[in-house]
Design a protein around this ligand. Sequence first.
Ligand code: HEC
Length: 387
Amino acid sequence: MSLLNKFTTALMALSTLSLGAADSSWSAKMQDLSHVLPELLVDVSKENALQDRSTLARVKKNTAKLTELSHRIAKSQKTKKGGPIDADPSIGMLSVIFEDEAKHAQTALNQGHLEYARSILLSISSYCISCHTRTDFGPKFPVLKLDAKTDSLTIGERADLFSATRQFDRALAEYEKIILDPKVMQENPFEWDRAVKKMLAICVRVNKDPARAIEVLKKLPKNTTTVGFLDARLKDWISSLEAWKKNPKGPMHSKTPLGKAKALMSAARGLQIYPADESGAVYYLRASAELHEVLRQKLPPRTLAEAFMLTGMAYEAIDELKLWSLPEVYYQSCIRTYPHSSQAERCYERFEENVYAGYTGSSGTHLPVDVRKKLQELREEAKKKAK
Ligand code: HEC
């Protein structure tokens, strides 16, 4: 259902993206989002809250604002006016998906699919977070006054709200509470795992500092979770953080723009026992931050296409919730940037594999017609021309 729809529409909507030009109105739009989000999140975090008429009216009003802002943000990326001071094309890609998601929520509210709308809105902050935690770029706020009382939120929801509004220190403090809570660890190991990864994303990419993460993870007693593979992963995460602390520039010096990201990704693969093994997450997070830096530079199409592919691969390895189809978006950009090349063919393979995985369930693989058409189109675009 929704996930697949989301995936398809976002990809279909994604046309050629342009680089944003610096404009202070970007800050203004972002500040507006910071005003809308807290109240919205507090409302939708309560079960059955939308049964109440005045709450529903308020949620509708805030969702309309969110949709309008997300539209203006996506538009600023397409028209090159009023974008951020950041040429990373990921911003444009994410803004398309963000707008799409806000619109879905609005439509669901208007059609009376209240629980569905609530579930979309509950995870809307993840879009803010994925834009803001790409790397260390942009402002960090120690404390931002939020326009709503957040006491009713769970610790996890509050942590996400802080992270979405760029109050990273406050977010870390909340994630730490979850990580060090033996009850969460024992009874809800997957929630615990998510909190660890979100903490890692902030420590590794935003703060670029392994010390805090090491400190938190080392406070955990050994063999803490009830899930064996999580413990094994934890050990690898701590050792990769320690290796980084010892050698901040490691694992390898490189003169090419993509060299460092490639070296980090090969270190990550060295830790993985099977492809979906997340033991290499720290290295993949470091690699993705490097790649976001590279993507801000002016690159020849060939290098840019390779950067897109590597970013897709890094996200494939760390995109824990598989919510955003982010890897596919990067693979598609790779093909579009440098079509009819071996590079594009490799990206197409990754794209196809991800799409098939996304549409495979217990009853087999069912590709909708429009998705098959999309695959066909991209395959043609990727294929090297016969000489
Ligand atoms: C499409 C990407 C994207 C999305 C989605 C997004 N932001 Fe941002 N935001 C940015 C960028 C880019 C900046 C500038 C700093 C940077 O590069 O990280 C920024 C900056 C901000 C700032 C600082 C503004 C200033 O300069 O004072 C705030 C506050 C903010 N965002 C709030 C939010 C909130 C809240 C949400 C979600 C409801 C959100 N943003 C969603 C990309 C995004």
